[in-house]
Design a protein around this ligand. Structure first.
Ligand SMILES: [Cu+2]
Length: 138
């Protein structure tokens, strides 16, 4: 049993998401959940160790990729399309279920556990940062 636990921990570690760094910006824990419909969502944590920047767009090989924010309006969860997301100086922005997220739209194939979604985050000042979102089960 001990052996099995150790093995599972090792497997767990090997699929852990990478960190991606661009200047003072660090993206950690980029992931997406499995999806069988036409849309999927991407999440990550963005930590900024320097001057303020702005996330201006996200690209991936889907018909449309948007930045959204989920929020409650009159007791209903709605998604708001964001043109930009501010990254504060020495700040942190969390893309999480129920908050900011990347919307992958017009999927032709399902997103399966173990898949990677290659995307590019475009920052106003720092420029493009290639990030792979690891697809995992909910
Ligand atoms: Cu959305």
């Amino acid at each position: 049993m001990k052996y099995l636990t150790a093995l599972l921990l090792m497997i767990g570690h090997s699929v852990a998401a990478e960190d991606y760094t661009l200047g003072s910006l660090i993206v950690t824990d980029a992931y997406s959940y499995t999806a069988t419909g036409k849309t999927g969502a991407g999440y990550f944590t963005l930590t900024n160790g320097g001057a303020a920047d702005v996330l201006i767009s996200v690209e991936a090989s889907f018909p449309r990729v948007m930045m959204h924010e989920s929020k409650m309006e009159d007791g209903v969860m709605v998604m708001v399309h964001l043109m930009t997301v501010e990254v504060p100086e020495f700040g942190r922005v969390e893309f999480v279920p129920g908050g900011y997220h990347i919307m992958f739209m017009g999927l032709k194939d399902s997103l399966d556990a173990g898949d990677q979604i290659n995307a590019t985050l475009n920052f106003k000042n720092a420029g493009p940062l290639a990030v792979a979102f690891e697809v995992k089960d909910r």
